[in-house]
Design a protein around this ligand. Structure first.
Ligand code: F6R
Length: 342
């Protein structure tokens, strides 16, 4: 089983941010203007950077950022919109379709991609292309895919401090890596320990709105794609208005849930209180409750410190199940089936 590839990608995550920081985004002058809205269009591992940008910008920018995971671009997109078309392969059909619609609507477009049709189309159309290093699985290239988005907004004056926050992220991720890379055994290795506790059970990841909501989604998708197993996520305070009621039946299945709570010291005081009360409600019903604390100061460093633990936990879970974390045959199959007859 070739697990080395994913192991290598995971180990290299901090350096992805460092590479993009060094490379910069170098936008043509024509992009220096004001925008009414920003739309990140992409799917899967390429879209999640959009969600990070959305939640980052909610705390730092005056312009709304929206994420579009579809063939169609929202109706409001027009000449006052900035569209960031993100696809690692450059060949994802939904992204190519939404790119074309955005172009027809006269939006300013920047493509962030490893190459493929998206790079060709954008070059032909005179749109800026931020070329990122290729050759990884998209989900393993999260640093390459997200860092340019933050730097683009900083270069356009839409938000400040992105480069500093990314530099802190590199440092924090290197420290986290020292504690959870495969050279460290459990129980000291938090990610390996998490995988052991999840094994044989269903993980449910709880985050908080804006702060850790996208981390919770990332944990879920990484467990799905790396460990090829189910995982679910939900966010506070919304989950206190529905999901929390659903811990009564069937008791035998609920007893197989491992609830992982992602904690950021900057969570709203009432959200912290809700987390405590919710733990009390479910503690005798679920298999286990595990809390994971963010590290670092800036939103991005804290965000990625949690992402990194989840990425490694999903990798170790794959190993626990004897599954190769790298290939995603089901996604490849779906893409091939859809491409037939196009
Ligand atoms: C595979 C992965 C997928 C892809 C998605 C879109 O590792 O994470 O979710 O990211 O199928 O493909 P790209 O990113 O090439 O546009």
């Amino acid at each position: 089983m070739t697990v080395e590839k994913m192991a290598e990608y995971l180990y290299g995550l901090p350096e992805q941010f460092a590479v993009i920081l060094q490379q910069g985004v170098n936008l043509p002058a024509k992009y220096q203007r004001s925008y009414h809205n920003i739309v990140v269009t992409g799917l899967g591992g390429s879209a999640i950077g959009g969600d990070i940008l959305r939640t980052y910008a909610m705390q730092k920018a005056q312009v709304p950022v929206l994420v579009n995971r579809d063939y169609d671009i929202p109706e409001f997109v027009n000449g006052d919109s900035l569209v960031l078309a993100v696809s690692y392969s450059g060949n994802t059909e939904e992204t190519l379709s939404s790119y074309q619609q955005a172009y027809q609507k006269g939006a300013a477009i920047i493509a962030v991609t490893g190459g493929g049709k998206l790079a060709d189309m954008a070059q032909k159309d005179g749109c800026a292309v931020v070329k990122i290093p290729g050759g990884l699985s998209p989900r393993a290239a999260t640093g390459y895919l997200f860092a340019p988005l933050a730097l683009i907004l900083e270069e356009l004056g839409i938000l400040q401090g992105a480069a500093n926050d990314l530099e802190e992220t590199v440092q924090v991720l290197r420290n986290v890596r020292d504690a959870i890379y495969p050279g460290i055994d459990s129980p000291v290795n938090q990610a390996r320990q998490l995988a052991r506790e999840i094994k044989g059970n269903i993980p449910v990841i709880w985050g908080s709105t804006v702060r850790t909501e996208t981390v919770a989604m990332r944990w879920k998708t990484q467990i799905n794609e790396n460990a090829k197993s189910p995982a679910y996520f939900s966010i506070f305070p919304e989950l206190n208005h529905n999901e929390i009621v659903g811990f009564e039946a069937p008791a035998d299945l609920i007893a197989r849930l491992v609830v992982i709570i992602l904690r950021d010291p900057a969570d709203h005081g009432q959200v912290k209180k809700r987390m405590e009360i919710s733990k009390g409600i479910i503690k005798d019903k679920v298999k286990k409750i595990i809390e994971v604390e963010a590290r670092g100061e800036s939103f991005l460093a804290k965000f990625y410190s949690l992402v990194y633990v989840g990425d490694y936990a999903s990798f170790y879970l794959a190993l626990e199940y004897g599954i190769n974390p790298t290939p995603v045959k089901t996604i490849d199959f779906l893409k091939a089936e859809l491409a037939k007859g196009v």
